[in-house]
Design a protein around this ligand. Structure first.
Ligand SMILES: NC(=O)c1ccc[n+]([C@@H]2O[C@H](COP(=O)([O-])OP(=O)(O)OC[C@H]3O[C@@H](n4cnc5c(N)ncnc54)[C@H](OP(=O)(O)O)[C@@H]3O)[C@@H](O)[C@H]2O)c1
Length: 327
């Protein structure tokens, strides 16, 4: 039986999520990869324990994480039941719905029918009465925003989620959604979007600015560009890397010669700062105090230990920032 380290709150920084009452660790753990039924259960346990022992209190899931879809929630539910559950009140557990989950017209996008049924299924797999944050996973071009936001508000009112979030929204849609959720007195506190040195979309689609203006938190997913912004691929493609072991979302084609050159140059800047490339990539996101938390993935416990070191140096000189932008 796992017992958490007594030192777990000594090093982590907890940032307030926008203007809400909730604080999140500067580094959170996502279970998109390595927690499905193709993963090794003992490795999943050790990743979670290392995370919690290092102050990572936030674990992020979605209905469809696997493979197979649902299996990450099922496996994390087992870890909760057998080990971590006794620390439930020290944990922030999130899940989402918005992508294709089951057959027919009610298992995808943003209808009230889908969101409410999906969360019930997630709670069952996780073995929980409520999640801390429930997200709508992506914008739905067809369902009226009022319906999707109404479903989120109803979910909170029913006690099945404490807070809600939006994922993969842009600035203008976020602003409209926030106004509806405000009218419904729904505690919408956070946006989850892709953000990294390589992907600046939220700086260009209004999400980062609008979120800060509205006092909402941001949690940055794939902050390491799925492993590209680490030392993983500096000398070829390792057999145990995501490109080789999974291949669903990161392919050898993504590692072009140009990308590799960029990675090598960034690695040089990181070394100059006394950081690994992974540490620098995470520090870079946290540097201006707008992003609440970086949401990393990990295939082994040692990566967590490396990643939490990022919070030790989030200051960048103007020259370093300029060089990173140029690369
Ligand atoms: N809302 C959304 O639409 C959405 C979409 C995607 C992700 N997410 C969330 O964001 C989370 C993180 O996404 P991600 O897994 O793509 O994040 P990531 O942190 O960019 O990539 C994680 C991968 O990078 C490698 N890695 C991590 N730390 C390392 C280190 N210190 N040194 C060397 N390699 C390291 C590992 O790859 P190897 O396997 O090669 O070791 C690991 O699996 C997901 O789990 C999910 O919760 C949300």
């Amino acid at each position: 039986m796992y017992t958490a380290s007594e030192k777990r709150y000594e090093k982590m920084i907890y940032n307030r999520c926008g203007k809400s009452g909730l604080k999140l660790p500067a580094v959170s753990l996502g279970l998109w990869h390595n927690f499905g039924d193709t993963g090794v259960y003992e490795n999943m346990r050790q990743i979670c324990f290392t995370a919690f022992d290092n102050g990572i209190t936030h674990f992020d899931l979605a209905n469809n994480y696997g493979p197979d879809p649902g299996s990450a929630e099922k496996n994390f539910g087992k870890i909760l039941r057998e080990d971590l559950g006794r620390y439930r009140d020290e944990l922030i557990i999130s899940t989402k719905a918005g992508y294709d989950m089951w057959e027919g017209p009610y298992g995808n996008w943003g209808s009230r029918k889908y969101l409410i049924a999906s969360l019930d299924q997630s709670l069952e797999r996780l073995g929980l009465d409520y999640v801390d944050i429930f997200y709508h996973h992506r914008m739905d071009p067809e369902t009226p925003l009022e319906e999707t936001m109404g479903a989120l508000a109803q979910i909170v009112a029913s006690g099945k989620a404490l807070y809600v979030g939006l994922s993969n929204y842009d600035g203008p849609t976020l602003e409209k959604a926030a106004a509806i959720l405000d009218d419904l007195h729904c505690p919408f506190i956070i946006n989850q979007n892709r953000y990294s040195i390589f992907d600046r979309t939220i700086e260009n689609n209004g999400l980062k600015e609008t979120s800060a203006e509205l006092g909402k938190g941001i949690i940055a997913f794939s902050p390491l560009a799925q492993g590209l912004l680490t030392n993983r691929y500096l000398n070829g493609i390792p057999e145990d890397s995501r490109i080789r072991t999974d291949g669903r979302f990161l392919h050898a084609d993504n590692l072009t010669e140009e990308k590799l050159q960029q990675i090598r140059k960034l690695n040089g800047i990181a070394a100059g700062r006394g950081q690994t490339l992974a540490e620098m990539a995470l520090s870079w996101i946290l540097k201006d105090g707008i992003v609440t938390s970086v949401l990393v993935g990990a295939s082994r416990p040692s990566q967590i230990i490396d990643n939490v070191k990022a919070i030790q140096n989030i200051e960048f000189s103007e020259e370093e920032l300029k060089k990173i932008d140029e690369i």
